[in-house]
Write a protein that binds this ligand. Sequence first.
Ligand SMILES: Nc1ncnc2c1ncn2[C@@H]1O[C@H](COP(=O)(O)OP(=O)(O)OP(=O)(O)O)[C@@H](O)[C@H]1O
Ligand SMILES: [Mg+2]
Length: 600
Amino acid sequence: MEKEEFFSEDVLAGKLYDTTVIKKLLSYVLRYKASGLLSIFMVLITTVLFLLGPYLFGYAIDHGIGKGDKPLIYKIALALLGIQSLRLLLVVVQSYNIQAIGQKVMLDMRMELFNHIQSLPLSFFDKNPVGRIVTRLTNDIAAIGELFSAGVIVVIGDVFIIVGIFVAMFMLNLKLALITLSVVPIIVVITLWFGSRMKNSFREIRRKLARINAYLNENITGMKVIQLFNREKKNYDKFDEINDDYLKEQVKYIRYFAVFQPAINMVSALAIGLVLWYGAVRYMHGALTLGVLVAFLAYVHDLFDPIRDIVEKYNIFQGAMASSERVFGLMKEQPEADYIIPNPAKEVSVKEFKGAIRLENVWFAYNGSDYVLKDISFQIEPGQSAALVGVTGSGKTSIASVLTRLYEIRKGTIWIDQMDIQKMEKIGLRHVIGLVSQDVFLFAGTLRDNITLFNPISDVQVLEIVGSLGLMPFIDRMSGGLDMEIAERGANLSAGERQFISLSRIIIYDPRVIILDEATSSMDPISEVLIQNAIQKVTQNRTSIIIAHRLSTILHCDKIIVLNKGEKVEEGSHEELLRLGGLYSKLYRIYMKEELIGHA
Ligand SMILES: Nc1ncnc2c1ncn2[C@@H]1O[C@H](COP(=O)(O)OP(=O)(O)OP(=O)(O)O)[C@@H](O)[C@H]1O
Ligand SMILES: [Mg+2]
C-alpha cells in the first residue's frame, strides 16, 4: 500500500541511546528537579530496605532460632514488619511523585508543540497530513509519558536492586556469590536472543497498527464516497486482511513473551538449585551458617524479577525514544529558508489605516518554482472594490492567500497603504485584511461561537449588525437562533448557511479590507440577493476584493482584474473589458448564455 511507507517512517525511526534526544528529554524533567531528585532518593531508600529483608531472615535464624533467643526473634519480626511498611509507604509516595512529574512533562510538551504548530506556515500543513500531526500530540506524547508511569524509575530501582543483591552476596559469602554469578552468561544469551526478536516484533506491531490507523482514518473520512460507490465489501475485505496481519504479529510477540518468562524462571531455578546444593554441602562442613544459606537463597530468588522487568520494559524505552525523536523533530520544524522574512516586523495602527492595496511584480509558488502567480501588478485605491476573475486554477484564491500572508510571496512586493506587508506584524495585517474563504470552516459549538469566534461581543450587537445588513432571515431559519448547536465542520448545515456564517464572521470582525472568495456560489436566488445586498453595504466604506465565478455579482465593482494561468491578462471596468473583446468578454458572453438557459 502507498500509505504504508508514508507511515512506516513514524515507526522505524528511533535509537535507544540518542544522546541529543536524551538531553532534550532531560531538559523537560529537570524543570521538576526537586521532585525528580526526591524520587531517585526514595528509590535508593526502598532498595536498601528491600535488601535488608533477606539479611534479617538469616540473622534471625542464626542468632535468634540458633541460640534460642526469643526476644531477638520478636525484635527482628517487628523490625521486618516496620521495614516492609516503611518501604511500601515510600513506594506509594514515590510512584505518585514520578507519575505526577510524567504528567507535567507531558503537559509541557503538548502545550509547546501546540504553540509551535500554530506558528507554522500553511505550507507545512499542505505537506503533512493531519493524522500525523495529531499522532505527535497524542500517541507520541503518551509514549513518552509511559517512560514515567511504567518505566524509567522502576528500571533505575531494578538496577539498584541487582547491584545491591550482588554486593550483599559478595559480602555474605564469596564462593556462593561466584556460583550465582556463573549463571549470568546464560541470562545474557537468553536476554539477547529474546530481546532482539521481541524488539523486531514490537516494531512490526507498531507498523501494522499505524497501517490500521491510516486505513481507518481514510475510510471514515471518505465514508460518503465509499457508500455512494458501493465500496463497502471491498474495503471490509481489505481491512480484514490488514487486521489479520496485525493479529498474527501480536500473537508472535505474545509467544516470545510467553517463552521468555519461563526461560528466565528456569535460570532462576538453576541458580537456586546450585546455591542450595553447594551451600548445603558447605553448611554440612560447617563452613557456612544456616542463616547465611537462607539469606542467600532469598537473594537469589529476588535477583531475577528485576532482570525480567528490565527486559520487558525495553520496548517501552524503545518506543519512548522513537516518539521523543519525532516530537522533537516536529518542534524543530521551521518554515523553509525561502519563506523566512528577515526584516523586523512592524506593528500597524489599524485606525490610521486607509486600505490602499498595491501589488508590484508579485511572484508566488506553493512548491519550488511552480509559479502560480507570475509577475502580477495591480493597485486598488482606498474604498474601491475590485473583482478577480479567471477560470478555475487561474490563481484567484492564491492572491487572497498571499495578501493575508497565509503564504509568503517569492518575488515582488505587496503594499498596503505605504507599507510592505512583509514588514508588518502578521497579527496587525490580519486585523486590517479580512478574508472570507472559499472553503468555509466551522467549529463544533453554537452559531454564536462560530460567528463571534469567541470575541466578547454581545448577542444584541451580533443581531444588530446582522440585522442592519438584512441577513436576519438566515438566523431566523436556524432552529435555536444564535444558540443553535453546530456540528463539527458544520455537518448539520447547508452550504449556503455555512457561507452566511462565514460572511457574518467577517462583518463582526470589521476589517478595513475585505476579500470575499466566492461568497455566493451555493445560494438560491433569494438568499443570493440578500447576501449581495449585504456585501454591497459591507464593502461601501471599505477596500474590497471580490472573487466570483458568477459575473453578475461583480458588475458593480470599480475594477475587474482578469487572471489566466497565474498572469494578469486584463484590467479595467466591466464596460472597458467588454469593449476590449478579450478573455473577460468571452467569459461574460458564455456566462450570460448560461444564465439565459438557466432562467428559460
Ligand atoms: N495549497 C496548495 N499547494 C499547492 N498548489 C496549490 C495549492 N493551492 C492551489 N494550488 C495550485 O495553484 C493554482 C492556483 O490555484 P487557486 O486556488 O489560486 O485557483 P483559483 O483561481 O482560486 O481557482 P478556483 O476558481 O477553482 O477557486 C492551481 O493550479 C492549484 O492547483
Ligand atoms: Mg479559488
